[in-house]
Design a protein around this ligand. Structure first.
Ligand code: DP6
Length: 366
């Protein structure tokens, strides 16, 4: 893969005679195994991260573009069929950040119609799927305005790289949602071609143990996030443990590479759970400090540990910046783990709600 710089993503010219059109993409969420927590200016991560792309938790976005005369940004957002003002500031910021790379943004009015396959109030972060879907739509518009098609492998690779590059500027973790099944974002000595600017598909050996890996998301708290991730990331500035944390992420990624190839699930579990707890430990030890886990998050973690102790299971958990628990397990344990979830974990979910997902292949044009 050719390594790109910011300059490579600047669109030089486009056909301004095109009056209107529409494009549509579905893009999945992802779950990090090694976490991104801490960023520099311009959405540059402090450490590399790696995630499983999900399959069923997706955002579906259609963008209808119409040529206009004035020079302001102009767009409307419809979420699940209804006009939505709450999403506008984030999209406005996104447009401002990517304008250099997409000079046509002020020349069109965009009607953005978006919906999620997962319930809105699930507490599942929709920024990864949402921003990646929008970035892909804008890339398809760029293609139409430049009359290019992604027929060759080089063109396809550029399309995905730039889509990921743009998605990152919308929300860091969104750059890991374009492709599957595993994506690395952030420069790492152990991953050839890795970049701070965009996510790259993980091309290393992956043992069959990780095929169709399952992720059941237990909805512990469906409320709004107490702390936005941008605020959380910023608390890594001047954090007493930041340097060690960033170094640890590099190490965990290098070790995970060996584990992904060998299929040693017990070792996989150690890294994944330690990463989740470290993420939350960083939140608890920042100033101001905060706790995003809920009592039921801990109940679930303890049940998972007890279950693993008494059975030969390789089930484990990971967490995002919230109280929900992602239960990760190999495909061949699906039946037993779903039974365990039904019997022992559902009680800790808000209204008994959980979502079954699995590792996926990335976004699709519709
Ligand atoms: C805890 O990607 O939501 O989910 O770049 O500010 O939009 P912004 O942050 P965001 O951060 C999510 C971080 C995380 C861990 C991860 O996905 O790696």
């Amino acid at each position: 893969m050719i390594e790109m710089t910011e300059k490579d993503f600047i669109l030089k010219s486009y056909n301004s005679n095109i009056k209107n059109g529409s494009v549509k993409w579905s893009s999945p969420s992802n779950i990090a195994l090694v976490k991104y927590w801490g960023k520099k200016e311009h959405q540059i991560p402090e450490n590399p991260s790696i995630s499983f792309t999900l399959s069923d938790c997706k955002t579906i976005t259609e963008v209808i573009y119409t040529k206009k005369d004035d020079k302001d940004f102009s767009f409307d957002v419809y979420f699940e069929g209804e006009k939505n003002e709450a999403f506008k500031p984030k999209i406005q910021t996104f447009f401002e950040r990517i304008e250099t790379y997409m000079p046509f943004l002020r020349a069109y009015h965009f009607k953005i119609e978006t919906s999620n396959t997962f319930p809105h109030s699930s507490g599942i972060a929709s920024s990864a799927s949402g921003m990646s879907a929008l970035a892909l739509c804008l890339m398809s518009i760029e293609q139409k305005l430049t009359d290019t098609v992604t027929s060759s492998a080089v063109e396809k690779s550029f399309f995905n790289q730039k889509a990921s590059f743009l998605a990152r500027l919308g929300s860091g973790s969104a750059c890991r949602s374009i492709e599957g099944e595993l994506v690395v974002w952030g420069e790492s000595e152990s991953i050839a071609g890795s970049s701070n600017l965009y996510g790259v598909k993980y091309e290393g050996d992956v043992h069959t143990n990780f095929k169709n890996y399952q992720d059941t998301i237990l909805l512990v708290d469906k409320g709004e996030k107490q702390v936005s991730s941008t605020v959380g990331h910023n608390l890594m500035y001047g954090h007493p443990f930041a340097k060690e944390r960033f170094a640890q992420a590099h190490e965990n990624l290098a070790n995970l590479k060996t584990i992904l190839a060998s299929g040693e699930l017990a070792e996989f579990v150690k890294i994944v759970e330690s990463e989740a707890l470290t993420l939350h430990a960083m939140m608890m030890t920042s100033m101001p400090y905060f706790i995003l886990m809920k009592p039921n998050t801990l109940e679930i973690i303890n049940k998972i540990w007890a279950f693993r102790e008494k059975s030969n299971s390789n089930v484990c958990f990971t967490l995002d910046a919230g109280a929900n628990v992602h239960v990760l397990y190999p495909h061949n344990e699906k039946e037993t783990i779903l039974e365990f979830i039904e019997n022992e974990l559902v009680n800790y979910c808000q209204n008994g709600h959980y979502i079954c997902d699995q590792i996926g292949l990335g976004a699709n044009q519709i």
